[in-house]
Design a protein around this ligand. Structure first.
Ligand code: GLN
Length: 190
């Protein structure tokens, strides 16, 4: 199994380290030709969704990537990655890949005090550590979306088919639950 990490901007290395711990081969997508290599899943990291969204177009990656996701490529978006995948964003008139049937609220916890740490259950199982950094939350989901995690009544983790998103950054804590969950989605497709 090979997982690519979209490496235009943001928390790339931390995801690669998590996948290393799971013994999974990775490579970084930095330019269009990297999309020609074989990969079984893709991680879109946290960072700044507007910057990543702009670079997808500037590097001419946007169309190919959107098509791959629409054709079933398993994808895991954290934080800004969630915003890139959301079909709609409450407080932003611009969307990006817009492949997942969720509506997101950007910078939902405020700009200054927007970073916090908590623990909550994931996929109806044990609590896991959750680090939020100027995070969005999911304000509504479509019929085919499964809610995987909530904090204070807000949705912070969800899955639709092969698309997985978290508003928090699982790559910034030691717990491997969410990355393992993503690997299981990929295995279902192999
Ligand atoms: N606030 C950022 C955005 O709008 C996301 C922050 C993050 O990825 N940690 O893109």
């Amino acid at each position: 199994m090979i997982i690519a990490v979209l490496s235009l901007q943001g928390a790339v290395i931390e995801h690669i380290q998590m996948l290393d711990k799971l013994g999974i081969e990775t490579f970084e997508i930095r330019k269009k030709s990297d999309l020609d290599k074989h990969f079984d899943g893709l991680i879109i990291p946290g960072g700044e969704s507007t910057v990543q969204g702009k670079l997808l177009h500037e590097l001419d990656i946007y169309d190919t990537l959107k098509e791959k996701i629409e054709n079933g490529l398993p994808v895991f978006g954290t934080c800004a990655g969630l915003l890139l995948l959301a079909k709609s964003i409450d407080n932003d008139n611009k969307t990006h890949l817009a492949t997942m049937d969720i509506t997101a609220m950007r910078n939902a916890y405020g700009r200054q005090l927007g970073s916090f740490y908590t623990k909550s259950s994931f996929d109806d199982k044990d609590e896991i550590p959750m680090t939020f950094i100027r995070a969005p939350y999911i304000s509504s989901v479509g019929d085919n979306v499964k809610v995987l995690a909530t904090v204070d009544g807000k949705i912070v983790g969800a899955r639709e088919g092969n698309q997985l998103v978290t508003a928090f950054h699982p790559e910034l804590n030691d717990d491997l639950t969410v990355h393992k969950y993503f690997v299981d989605i990929i295995k279902e497709n192999m």
